[in-house]
Write a protein that binds this ligand. Sequence first.
Ligand code: GLN
Length: 278
Amino acid sequence: MQISQLLISACQQLDKLTDSARLDAEILLAHALKKNRTWLATWADKSLPDNEINSFNSLLERRKAGEPIAHITGSREFWSLDVKVTKDTLIPRPETELMVEKILSLYPQQNNIELLDLGTGSGAIALALASERPGWKITATDQSPSALDIARQNAQRLALNNINFQSGDWFEPVNNRKFDIIASNPPYIPHTDPHLSQGDVRFEPRSALASGEDGLDAIRLICQQARTHLKPEAMLIIEHGFDQKSALRSIFMLSGYKNIQQDLDLAANPRLTHGFNH
Ligand code: GLN
């Protein structure tokens, strides 16, 4: 069977499951053949031997059973970095790149920034910032030792040496340290949200996704406790749900932050809130 035919058939099989059927099929076939997607397009008429078709089909079956693409291939691209992910980490989302972009644009020059990435998961935010700002001193924490292990492996593989990984619950590992920036993509989905039992998120750690009745437990805690871990004028920046904009504004205000600003993601949803300690 030719590559083009294989992809059409895979696409039909994935159609009901996902709105990215063609892309999913191409990523899986490229992964099975250890090639890239450009190679598939170039060799669309090539017929593949049975063993290659079989290994593609076994990946396709996993996808048809709902498993996320990033778990099948073992990685996801974030900020142009190849980030290893497993079932112990959240799969980095494109909207989180916005946080990286925002931090870089607010701190274009400073070279001696101390930044804390709370709940780093696969390490995505810390890795992206470390790659852009080699002079920064980055601390990345997570309560899950297995997530932290993946994050450490990512830093090592990407040769990023300016991240210090610490395991523990939220601020516990950094007890009396203070930072210039605290960044977090915490869990923010209400734990009764039906979205949690649908699609790819079913395969991700619940602790990285859901936080209390209204999804805001972790965010409330971080906002309150961050104050004592921020230097004067330092910034707290948090990713949150598209419908949590006004909740975030009041939590930031009640916790005493100044110059609070909120930003939209690429789909024009409010996604980021930041404010400053005084
Ligand atoms: N944006 C993710 C989702 O809706 C949630 C990520 C998170 O909770 N930090 O699937």
